[in-house]
Design a protein around this ligand. Structure first.
Ligand code: ATP
Length: 355
């Protein structure tokens, strides 16, 4: 069972008035390319498994996607693809709110309000900014610097209790907590409940962090240049076979999870384990005496089989723009209701006139 760090042992939260509501969860993926197995096993599959336990908000964070160089002509297409893959993977749009970040203008509005109370030096410490900025040299944009405040706004808008994140995003959730506390202390010291709720990261301890197929050591990522470094959720069986054939391997006999000199073995065994649903022990027993020649066809089949139902649904959904628009319009309307209430409160406490 998921635990929030507030110590509340369930997925319910108590409000001041004593009424209970489901804990809120918010998460999103940037539409920066096709979703891959890492996004699926590291994030989306967990959303699917816990979506009914929480009140869930899942967004396609397109405003984050434009903080790095991107192709304007492709943004809309990739946004639809990402939303369709959420649904194909099993997100239930009847109970979860599925929406596109830019459709709820309060994300931009709250970001500006929070910008004005966030010290520059809090952002200068962000590790992800430093890493991404290094790649861009002098062209690095203000938007990339401000990315963590936009992410704080995403989370704080919905009074989110729990944000499932990888270890790499933990610093951003800490920042969102700091910004919420600063706002509450500066503008609404006596307000109960606090105007902005401090979110808790939910670090997926058993969450799979999948690595590049080409080296086994760098993170499998949408924006990595080579398409052969990842398996995309919409790769057809032929392409999956080709990618597995080409991924880094050797001709040694014996496949184990813990050979430090062959990190790619661990990565591929993990993918096999996740796609087949077998336990680690079962995979060890099955594969310990194999070499890659025998293992690769098994792995290929396991991936194709696992992705097949997702792809079948995805291929139908991606052609049905009217349906996708309907889901996203409904999701945005539901999200906006919560978001607008938060922005209105924030503006009131910040001293704005209320029309
Ligand atoms: P980009 O390359 O554009 O940064 P990304 O593939 O790293 O994209 P994000 O959009 O940054 O993906 O992240 C979406 C979600 O997927 C996050 O919850 C993140 O923790 C998870 N995720 C991304 N890559 C992996 C991976 N290789 N293994 C496990 N989880 C991953």
């Amino acid at each position: 069972e998921a635990l929030s760090e507030t110590g509340e042992p369930s997925s319910m939260s108590s409000s001041e008035s004593g009424t209970k509501r489901k804990l809120r969860v918010l998460s999103g993926v940037q539409p920066t390319g096709s979703l891959h197995l890492g996004n699926y096993f590291g994030a989306i599959r967990n959303w699917v498994l816990t979506q009914h336990q929480y009140e869930s908000f899942f967004c396609v964070v397109d405003m984050h996607a434009i903080t790095m160089p991107y192709k304007a002509k492709e943004l809309s297409e990739v946004t639809y693809k990402t939303a369709a893959l959420y649904l194909a993977a099993g997100i239930d749009a009847n109970t979860s709110k599925v929406f596109v970040q830019s459709h709820v203008k309060e994300h931009a509005e709250l970001t500006w309000l929070l910008n004005c109370i966030t010290p520059m030096n809090w952002l200068e410490r962000m590790i992800q900014y430093k890493e991404k900025a290094r790649k861009q040299g002098e062209n690095v944009g203000v938007g990339l610097f401000d990315y963590p405040v936009l992410m704080a706004a995403d989370v704080l808008l919905y009074q989110t209790d729990v944000v499932p994140v990888g270890e790499d995003q933990k610093q951003h959730i800490e920042l969102a907590r700091d910004i919420a506390r600063r706002f509450n202390d500066q503008f609404a010291k006596r307000a109960r409940p606090r105007v902005l709720r401090e979110p808790n990261p939910l670090i997926q301890k058993d969450g799979a962090r999948l690595m590049s197929l080409e080296d086994g050591t760098s993170k499998m990522s949408k924006s990595a240049e080579s398409d052969f470094s990842r398996i995309n959720l919409d790769d057809d069986p032929k392409l999956i076979e080709k990618k597995i054939k080409r991924c880094k391997t050797d001709s040694l006999k014996g496949l184990t999870y813990d050979d430090p000199n062959r990190p790619e073995v661990r990565n591929l065994l993990t993918i096999y384990q996740l796609c087949t649903g077998k336990s680690k022990e079962e995979v060890i027993a099955e594969c310990a005496d194999m070499n890659f020649g025998t293992f690769k066809p098994l792995l290929t089949d396991a991936i194709i089989e696992h992705l097949s139902p997702i792809q079948k649904t995805y291929n139908e959904l991606i052609l049905d723009r009217a349906y996708l628009d309907e889901v996203l319009t409904k999701g945005a309307a539901e999200a906006r209701e919560v978001a607008a209430a938060t922005v209105s409160e924030v503006k009131k406490y910040m001293g704005f006139t209320q029309p």
